[in-house]
Design a protein around this ligand. Sequence first.
Ligand SMILES: [Zn+2]
Length: 195
Amino acid sequence: MNRNPVLPSLTLPTEPKALRSIDLLVSQTYTGQGFLALDALPRVALEAAVCAADDGFAWAVNTFFDGVAGGEPRLKMNLGLKGQMHLICQRCMQPCLVQIEESRQFVFLANEALADAFPMEDDALEPLVISSQFDLLGTIEDEILLSLPLIPKHSEGVCEPAALRSGVDDPLNHGETAKKPDNPFNILKNMKKKE
Ligand SMILES: [Zn+2]
């Protein structure tokens, strides 16, 4: 859906740190996609019950200029997210798999005051402040956190009371998703437990 075929599109980086600073003040558009494991998403990782091998989020982004009658074209961004992580089930207190698939559209405005004043009745379009160092990774984290259920639960009938699980060592009750001991994310979790 390229509405501005005249401008060549720049390719977004896939390296998580590089996604923290995207120059949106260039008069070009961006496209890109990648996959972020939980250890690249520190604020999301704080919510994780455990980190299974497949946990993480695929993202796809494209920006485009949208004409406004009688004004400057505005930069907009499509963000697609699809992925999974494990949260604590609020019924049985065991890890439960949460999958999300979201697509959002954003409009970039010149400053914070304009973004604050942006009419929010149109939920489909979220305002952001344009920047030469736009934090795309932070925006992806925000959208994942907004998409997670407030009260995560297993499907009805799937919960296992903790008392019946004594002697079961695998927190996921799922053999092939065992944690790797040298995963930096798990080391971080362990450090947090000792605090
Ligand atoms: Zn449960």
